[in-house]
Design a protein. Structure first.
Length: 155
């Protein structure tokens, strides 16, 4: 029961993160094209600020649940006298997850701060440049996340 709850929390947090990126990229961004740059950039700042805060909670939940599942499985195997070897798909998820976390860190700690400062200063061309960079890196993370989810479903 405990493992199932951990896995459910893990998967739901991943889906919120990846689904949020898909929504923003494929639905929100095109719809905002109808707004003038100052309104569009201010709105995207507020949306991303809220979304990135939620992603931080998701990352914490993904990390804690993932580590707990690995430790729990290792403990179960050790109780039977066996030696735990992490399955290849778990290893792949871990590596891709770390890459995605690092990309998010760059987006949130570097690009979003610059974007927010440009929005605050009202330098709309600069804000648009930072938003375009955020969009490109979000797309990279979206592709990685979608491949990860598809890989888990296939294997």
């Amino acid at each position: 029961m405990g493992y199932a709850l951990l896995k459910a929390a893990h998967v739901l947090a991943v889906l919120l993160w990846v689904g949020g990126m898909a929504f923003a990229h494929f639905f929100l961004r095109p719809a905002l094209a109808t707004l003038e740059p100052p309104q569009r950039l201010k709105l995207m700042h507020e949306v991303l600020r809220r979304f990135f805060a939620a992603v931080l909670w998701c990352l914490a939940l993904i990390t804690l649940s993932g580590v707990a599942m690995i430790v729990g499985m290792a403990h179960t195997v050790a109780q039977t006298g066996g030696r735990f070897v992490m399955p290849p798909d778990w290893s792949a998820m871990t590596v891709v997850g770390i890459v995605m976390f690092a990309i998010f860190g760059h987006i949130r700690l570097v690009l979003f701060r610059r974007f927010a400062a440009a929005v605050q200063a009202g330098t709309w061309p600069q804000a648009a440049e930072y938003l375009a960079l955020i969009r490109q890196w979000v797309l990279v993370n979206l592709v990685l996340g979608a491949l990860l989810i598809a890989g888990v479903l296939v294997f």
